[in-house]
Design a protein around this ligand. Sequence first.
Ligand code: SF4
Length: 224
Amino acid sequence: MNDAEYLPLSWLSQVCYCPRRAGLLLNERLWEENADTAKGRAEHERVHTQRVERRGDHIKLFEFTVFSDQYQLIGKCDCIEAVRDAAGCQIPAAEFPVKLYPVEYKHGSVREEEEYQIQLCAQAMCLEEMFHTDIPEGSIFFISSHRRMPVSLDDTLRAKTRKAAETLHRIRQELLVPQAEYCAKCKRCSLRELCMPKVRASARNYCRALEREAVGQADLEELL
Ligand code: SF4
């Protein structure tokens, strides 16, 4: 790896959720726990232990570190399933070529969240770069419901993942904290109290109204 700043790939899901949230977390180091984040953390901690499980031609790598020099990202895969495949790649944990299949663990029941898919896709892109292989699919495993949702890692998802990585690096390099845009996601955002999306929006409107008034006053004085 070179000396550039490698950012955690899990932050891609924050960027996707809300760029302002990513800016607050990354540049202002704000964090506020709510019921959702606490539950997610507890469930993650229960399944997160670095280990390798082997059963014949099937290997599972838990908490496997991945990185990409191309996208300057680093992170961990919750689980990588590696199955013997003559057309697969070589990894240190297997004496035979394997096909790789990343699985990302999330708390709660099955739901389609694009930010989860982008995080999974970034993991796959890191693995592809590290092991010179192709990974067409991965899964999101929902811990509470014990259900898997397969995700096709197609061109559209890859383009969104690259875009999210660019945005994340820009937020970091320029120390940006984008403006708040109040939306449905704000209701379940753990940073709601710190971000104050409504207050900031109304403050902006107030400033704009003052500006308009000042311009109007100047126009009036010119006429007198
Ligand atoms: S409260 Fe809304 S605007 Fe603020 S960080 Fe959360 S999601 Fe983004």
